[in-house]
Design a binder for this molecule. Structure first.
Ligand code: ADP
Length: 448
């Protein structure tokens, strides 16, 4: 069997790269002598046309540099200001510019050339995420006939959304060059099939197969998981190390952890928490919401807007309800080390994971894995997270329904010990069965 060649926008850097995807793919890459290829994160004067190796690490890594313009047009532009909003149901936030699209195509074409130059006939290629949609197409143009799989970490838009994109048809045609298109949820499989047929002009062959000359592709769901056991152990260790003063015996802790992104529903969450406080004066001083949201993609207008909106809302709610001993919302705008997060999850009574749209949402899975099974916290999960298809024992909510969210917060805070344990045990079983190793194995087995 040939090597596995993984491609993603950013290469995992550092001597000991960590993170979910690295754990998942690291083993396979190490076993097959595989290679991970992506951008270096460094900005160069000229577009990088040669892959260079990053020294060290358990598997081989090759990277290339972007220019400042490419960073703006391919990455911040087409990837983050066109595809990201479109794929998260926010076509209204798309910024359509010709130079974004041409840079996006150029970077993918250049990468395809570099990959084609080093590929061997038996290698399998696994492309990750929306930054690299055209890669298989560009490789096929160069005559590469290897098996190529694609996994999209975000949701996939249905035909109605896809129509909002001037080159929606082209995107579907790019995808038809993959042998396997992996998505997070069944909802995305349905949307992708419909878009491929209605917008891309493919024929539906049934059982997730589509045909667009000259190739047949399979579309299927492979919900990504986490290394649940590892995360449980981390949380067990780390809760002991939390700085004093974070936990108060008389106070229940509700936690939210998300990049500050408009898809995560943080304003809706704050409003619902405000509604809950409005209705339940008896809970004042006995509960607080810790929302940890590091800013991302700064400089993109929609991200500056969401930051302002959430700061304003948390300020208003604190202004309305806080007293000298208690502020209802603690809003932290910086990243927190993974191990501290693990400890905080375990120390929390409730997690609010309420995105308006999310491919999977790993925070939901990490929160569950971090709990003490003898006295677990309760997960409130948006029905619009891909995770909701698997995690049906969570309290599922519609994040647009403020009243329902407020009511569900009470349900979570008052839930009996036995019901908490039952729900947690069921959720944990799912996390164990469908962990991150299952995910990469399932995808690669299906790719062939
Ligand atoms: P997304 O990939 O859209 O950011 P996910 O929930 O799928 O959303 O994954 C987010 C990952 O980033 C999780 O592993 C989570 O632990 C981590 N993360 C989220 N917020 C923070 C934060 N404030 N500090 C550090 N890590 C975070």
């Amino acid at each position: 069997m040939g090597r596995l060649i993984c491609l993603s926008n950013r290469i995992p850097t550092g001597a000991n790269p960590s993170g979910g995807l690295v754990v998942a793919l690291g083993d396979v890459l190490t076993e097959t002598g595989g290679i991970w290829i992506g951008t270096s994160g460094e900005i160069a004067k000229r577009p990088g046309t040669k892959l260079r190796e990053i020294e060290g690490g358990p598997f081989k890594r090759l990277c290339f540099d972007l220019t400042e313009q490419e960073q703006e047009n391919y990455y911040a532009g087409y990837s983050n200001s066109v595809l990201w909003p479109l794929f998260h149901g926010r076509a209204d936030l798309m910024e359509i510019h010709q130079e974004y699209l041409s840079s996006y195509k150029q970077v993918n074409r250049r990468l395809a050339k570099m990959v084609a130059a080093m590929i061997e006939p038996e290698d399998r290629i696994w492309v990750h995420d929306f930054h690299l949609l055209p890669l298989a197409y560009e490789l096929r143009v160069l005559g590469i006939q290897n098996l190529i799989g694609f996994f999209l970490h975000t949701p996939f838009p249905g035909p109605t959304s896809m129509q909002a994109l001037p080159n929606g048809r082209e995107i579907c045609q790019w995808l038809a060059n993959y042998d396997l298109i992996g998505l997070q949820a069944e909802r995305d499989v349905r949307a992708c099939l419909a878009s491929m047929v209605e917008i891309g002009g493919a024929s539906d062959l049934g059982n997730g197969f589509v045909h667009l000359s000259p190739r047949q592709s399979r579309i299927a769901a492979f919900p990504i998981g986490i290394d649940a056991r590892e995360f449980t152990e981390l949380a067990e260790r780390e809760i002991e190390k939390l700085p004093p003063g974070i936990l108060k015996p008389e106070r229940r802790l509700v936690i939210g952890v998300d990049r500050l992104d408009y898809s995560k529903g943080v304003p809706q969450r704050f409003r619902a928490f405000g509604e809950f406080l409005e209705r339940h004066e008896d809970w004042h001083r006995f509960v607080s919401l810790l929302q940890i949201s590091p800013p991302t993609r700064e400089g993109v207008q929609a991200y500056d807007d969401i930051r302002e909106e959430t700061e304003h809302l948390s300020g208003r709610i604190n202004g309305q309800f806080a007293d000298i001993q208690w502020a209802p919302i603690r809003f932290i705008n910086r990243p927190v080390p993974r191990e501290v997060l693990a400890g905080l999850y375990r120390a929390s009574d409730v997690a609010l994971v309420t995105p308006l749209m999310d491919g999977m949402n790993l925070v939901a899975k990490e929160f569950v894995a971090a709990q003490d099974p003898r006295d677990p916290g309760v997960l409130i999960l948006s029905q619009f997270a891909g995770a909701a298809e698997q995690m049906t024992e969570a309290l599922l909510v519609n994040p647009h329904d403020t009243e329902q969210m407020a009511t569900t917060m009470i349900t979570a805070l008052m839930m009996s010990h036995s019901e908490r344990r039952e729900r947690h045990a069921a959720l944990m079983k799912g996390l164990d069965r469908h962990d991150v190793h299952w995910w990469s194995n399932a995808f690669l087995t299906s790719l062939g």
